[in-house]
Design a protein around this ligand. Structure first.
Ligand code: SF4
Length: 246
């Protein structure tokens, strides 16, 4: 699974201008999960992360490379929740090392989708997440009560890692939060869009799209992303055999 590797490298390069606070994963230090989404009313909120008018980005990248991702860690670039005084820019970037996917191409997409869905199963108390996948943003309303109870990114990150690691294909999960001003949130959104293009192209490939690059609408992304064409030509042959080709 190398399709997202260049995007992981771009993300790391983008974050290089800052210094991260790092916590190793501690499953015993997750934030309270309330099991379903909670409405945090504006009057009960201390502030919003990635509110409209602020920078905001959210994406997940996959790799099988142990060189690129090899730790279960939470990274924070910028102030922690207790130190934030008003609305701030916000990004959550997740890097996942996955196993076994190279063995069976048809499993790739389904597994990636399953893993992506894990993010919907994290419901931290006093931390209301609103995602807008079409704009690659994530907005979070943090309650005053949660701040009094000591909510922080270490615990929130641990909760996400725990959710991702429920999938046996996830070998390592690194969850990166960015709250500092001055990062290129627009470029992060650009990476999020490309990741989405890669995942969508995978869907088409695995659904058995004909392997004729000269007339294919996905050519731009396949020209750019290393490994995509190889994947299609491998899977395409199987698709025809199974009569999946349209
Ligand atoms: S490999 Fe070619 S045919 Fe397949 S999705 Fe990419 S551009 Fe289209």
């Amino acid at each position: 699974m190398e399709l997202y590797n260049s995007l992981i490298k771009d993300s790391k390069a983008l974050l290089e201008k800052g210094t991260a606070k790092v916590w190793d994963y501690e499953p015993g230090r997750c934030w309270t999960d309330i099991g379903s989404s909670e409405l945090v009313l504006q009057k009960d909120a201390a502030y919003e992360l990635g509110a409209s008018g602020r920078g905001s980005a959210n994406y997940v990248l996959f790799t099988s490379s142990g060189e690129l991702v090899n730790k279960d860690q939470v990274l924070l670039y910028g102030p922690d929740l207790k130190d934030i005084k008003g609305d701030v820019d916000f990004a959550r970037i997740v890097l996942l090392r996955v196993g076994v996917l190279d063995d069976d191409d048809e499993m790739v997409y389904r597994t990636l989708k399953d893993i992506e869905f894990a993010k919907y199963h994290v419901y931290p108390e006093g931390y209301m997440v609103r995602m807008s996948p079409e704009s690659y943003r994530e907005q979070v309303r943090v309650s005053k009560k949660a701040l009094k109870k000591g909510i922080g990114f270490q615990a929130i990150g641990n909760s996400y890692i725990k959710a991702y690691k429920k999938d046996v294909n996830v070998l390592n999960a690194t969850v990166i939060f960015v709250t500092a001003p001055g990062f290129d949130y627009e470029q992060m959104k650009g990476i999020a869009k490309k990741a989405n293009d890669v995942t969508n192209t995978l869907t088409h490939i695995l659904e058995g799209l004909p392997t004729d690059c000269s007339v294919c609408s996905l050519k731009d992304i396949c020209d750019e992303v290393e490994g995509m064409k190889e994947l299609h030509f491998g899977v395409g042959a199987k698709g025809v055999e199974k009569g999946h080709s349209h």
